[in-house]
Design a protein around this ligand. Structure first.
Ligand SMILES: [Fe+2]
Length: 287
């Protein structure tokens, strides 16, 4: 089911809301997008210095990535860049943060916390992913990591490929839900001259760097955005079928991405891609 479309959301402009669903006072969250059927959300949660929460369970599956600061989970320190996955009904924590932190969360339904010592009997605790320090994972070719199918062909070999200059670190590749959570890096000077679209939700959070997107439009070309520029803490929520491209970056782009299925990319041509990309490279300064 589709995520709400967000083409270029400046997260700093989203109003933070208090988290009331069982959470200790002081926690706030900014909603980036919501999935229409399940109520699953993409959120940036902000926890103030000294905040804590007892051990408990959530009604939602939660992917958690530490954007900034650090969080203590059940006695383990999670520095920025740490990732983990907590299935619904599993007991985890307690949580505490000495200096405060900012977290990126992907949830399978609305958050609802209750204090508890033990997991529910039917919780999928086997799918839990513990603290993963993502800085130490190797970057790999997305074709060998998260890609199921791509219509882009390598001009030298004629083989199915992706425009060069992308690396990934798959963090959760779930054979049950089919979801993929991954870090993705676009090299400085990366250019993808065409548009792509996907038969699945594709959501991206820009952790650092810059990214230009020449066109974003739906399959009927009714809602067209041109010349979008994203910098750190911008977010894209794409339901299936939203065309996007050409894409380029001056300083490189470091994303955390959510795919509702393994990556399938369907590419299209853009006649004026070179003119658009050159205009961005000539005008924008990130040095
Ligand atoms: Fe895409």
């Amino acid at each position: 089911m589709p995520m709400r479309r967000e083409d270029c959301l400046d997260v700093s402009k989203v109003q933070p809301q208090a988290l009331n669903s069982g959470y200790a006072p002081g926690a706030v969250a900014r909603n980036l997008s919501t999935e229409s059927r399940t109520g699953g959300e993409h959120l940036v949660m902000e926890l103030p210095a000294g905040w804590s929460l007892p051990r408990g369970r959530n009604e939602a599956d939660i992917d958690l990535y530490v954007l900034e600061g650090s969080l203590d989970i059940g006695g383990e320190n999670w520095m920025q860049g740490c990732y983990g996955y907590f299935p619904a009904g599993m007991a985890w924590g307690q949580l505490q943060t000495a200096g405060g932190c900012r977290l990126l969360l992907f949830t399978s339904r609305p958050l609802a916390f209750e204090e508890a010592g033990d997991s529910l009997a039917d919780a999928h605790v086997d799918r839990h992913i513990g603290r993963t320090n993502t800085w130490h994972l190797p970057w790999v070719d997305p074709m060998a990591d998260i890609v199921k199918r791509s219509t882009w062909k390598d001009p030298d070999t004629g083989q199915e490929a992706r425009p060069p200059g992308v690396l990934t670190k798959g963090l959760r590749k779930d054979d049950g839900t089919k979801e993929v959570i991954a870090l993705t890096a676009l090299a400085p000077g990366f250019v993808d001259p065409g548009t792509e679209h996907h038969p699945h939700n594709e959501c991206l959070y820009l952790i650092a760097g810059d990214c230009y997107i020449g066109y974003t439009f739906d399959h009927k070309r009714e809602d067209v955005k041109e010349d979008l520029v994203l910098t750190r803490d911008h977010y894209i929520g794409r339901p299936p079928g939203v065309r996007h491209g050409p894409v380029c970056s001056i300083s490189g782009a470091f994303w955390l991405i959510y795919l509702a299925d393994y990556y399938t990319g369907i590419f299209g041509k853009v006649d004026d891609w070179e003119e658009r990309v050159n205009k961005y490279f000539a005008s924008a300064s990130f040095r």
